[in-house]
Write a protein that binds this ligand. Structure first.
Ligand code: CS2
Length: 494
């Protein structure tokens, strides 16, 4: 059997007619953007908007993507000249488009100086980031730089060969400044609260620790606009690769799978210029905060609740979990509880938004694993669930539903599921949390109190708040006694 030929520039013309492809001169593109963290999410979101801007005739905005850890994406895309397939899936079928915006992928650990050089090129106007919550080397409860983080300690001592996104940004900002180049704008596209402001605070502090002078420069000269990004992008599986290859008639080592919905709201503050993303569907605004809180608390908050409760209930994917009527009605009620804490963005219909979220979660064509969303909960809970809990406590409202989601996370991070099988817990605090679980000796109320004491997640206020500790304790006792399915059933019918 002959091997299927690989997707690349020379084969674009062989694609079936219903597959969209770049119709612009890729060789004429400049590199206006360097992206840190070139995972599936970037390739299904920002790169797609940017591809559309380039297709409209502005060739300035080609992207150099950087992997801060593994060479996998570079290895996949190199033989494809940076081309890859975007597969948009819904119950009605699948649409494929080959995306051409990525010019090159570099692997930071192989040659950190080369990435700093790319970022220091005069053509670069914007550096975008999707490095996940934990990539900010911060304390999730306070949003401040974690000065003891091993990568921060390393990068402060070795700024000529950084490891972290923060280290690369500081090194490239310093280099551009020494070359007399205008600074780039840094656009965070991660699910952090006030992601631009948070990044600016973290980066300024890091730069101050390099030198007071660099600290002042970052504080005064580096723009970090806020942005809200939204598109569900499950990890690509081998089954997905095979299905895409069958349709393309060509092999793509790393297509990205996503849903029809996409949204990008960006604070319009780019002193060095930016792509005209507003011409291809993005919304440029002066204040992202209400959009971001609505999305983080409603979409991501519900996602995390579905991930932990769904996983414990034995559901592999979000759509499978949403097919459990009791879980679905809990999610609807959780969203209603959250709504009271939100400032609704101008013109938004929050009830329609909530309905559309539930519809998206039910998309049967997306195999979005509960395990994938469950990752890094210690970094996600504060902005997804704990802010809502704080606001509801301040208003004197009941927090039982949100406390149940937090309790499900606590049970999940003990590392043992309801059948007694091990859970592969991926979280920077996994070991600490497992040790706390062992010391609680199987008593759920003690476990809830002990985990609620983890300051990096819960701050200093929530552990001292009896209404919080009691609600989470009761929920965890119930989860251990009855299991997730029965707990959700009694909520729905009780
Ligand atoms: C998810 C998000 O994995 C997760 O934690 O909640 O990646 C979610 O799919 C996106 O934020 C949707 O925009």
């Amino acid at each position: 059997m002959t091997q299927t030929a690989r997707l690349n520039t020379a084969r674009l013309a062989d694609l079936p007619p219903d597959v969209a492809r770049p119709a612009y001169d890729r060789k004429a593109m400049k590199t206006g953007i360097v992206h840190l963290g070139i995972g599936a999410f970037h390739r299904a979101h920002q790169a797609v908007y940017t591809d559309a801007v380039i297709a409209s005739g502005d060739l300035w905005w080609g992207i150099v993507g950087a992997s801060l850890r593994s060479p996998d994406t570079r290895d996949a895309l190199k033989a494809q000249d940076g081309l890859y397939t975007l597969a948009v899936r819904s119950g009605e079928g699948e649409k494929l488009a080959v995306i051409g915006a990525i010019r090159e992928v570099v692997v930071a650990p192989e040659n950190p100086a080369a990435l700093v050089e790319r970022m220091s090129h005069p053509d670069v106007k914007v550096v975008t980031l999707t490095v996940t919550e934990k990539g900010y080397c911060h304390d999730p409860a306070t949003g401040r730089l974690d000065e003891k983080h091993p990568d921060v300690v390393h990068d402060l001592a070795n700024l000529n060969r950084p490891r972290s996104a923060i280290g690369f940004l500081a090194a490239a900002i310093a280099r551009r400044r020494s070359l007399g180049l205008a600074p780039f704008t840094v656009l965070s596209c991660d699910n952090l609260p006030s992601n631009g402001r948070t990044l600016h605070r973290i980066l300024t502090r890091f730069a101050e620790l390099v030198s007071p002078d660099l600290g002042a420069y970052v504080r005064d000269k580096i723009a970090c606009p806020d942005s809200m990004v939204d598109r569900i992008v499950p990890a690509t599986t081998d089954e997905d690769r095979a299905a895409v290859a069958a349709r393309l008639g060509l092999a793509d080592a790393w297509p990205v799978m996503t849903e029809p919905f996409t949204q990008w709201v960006i604070e319009d503050h780019f002193p060095s210029g930016r792509p005209a993303w507003e011409t291809v569907g993005a919304t440029l605004v002066t204040d992202v905060a209400p959009y971001e809180a609505m999305k983080l608390r409603l979409l991501n908050g519900s996602h995390s609740a579905i991930a932990y409760l769904g996983y414990l209930a034995g559901y592999q994917t979000v759509s499978e979990a949403m097919a459990d009527a009791n879980l679905a009605s809990y999610v609807a009620a959780l969203m209603d509880d959250t709504t009271a804490t939100l400032t609704i963005p101008p013109g938004a219909d929050v009830e329609a938004y909530k309905r559309s979220l539930r519809e998206r979660f039910r998309n049967p064509a997306l195999k979005h694993r509960t395990w994938q969303i469950a990752m890094d909960g210690s970094q996600k809970l504060p902005q997804r669930l704990l802010g809502t809990i704080r606001d509801r406590l301040a208003a004197g409202s009941d927090i039982a539903r949100h406390a149940l989601a937090v309790a499900a996370w606590m049970r999940y991070v003990t590392g043992t599921d309801e059948k007694g099988d091990a859970i592969d817990v991926r979280d920077p605090l996994a070991q600490d949390l497992a040790a706390i679980a062992r010391s609680a000796g199987g008593d759920p109320a003690a476990l809830a109190r002990a985990i609620a004491g983890v300051e990096a997640v819960f701050g200093t206020d929530l552990p001292a708040e009896p209404r919080f500790v009691t609600a989470v304790g009761e929920a965890l006792v119930g989860l251990y006694r009855d299991g997730a399915r029965a707990t959700l059933a009694s909520l729905a019918h009780g």
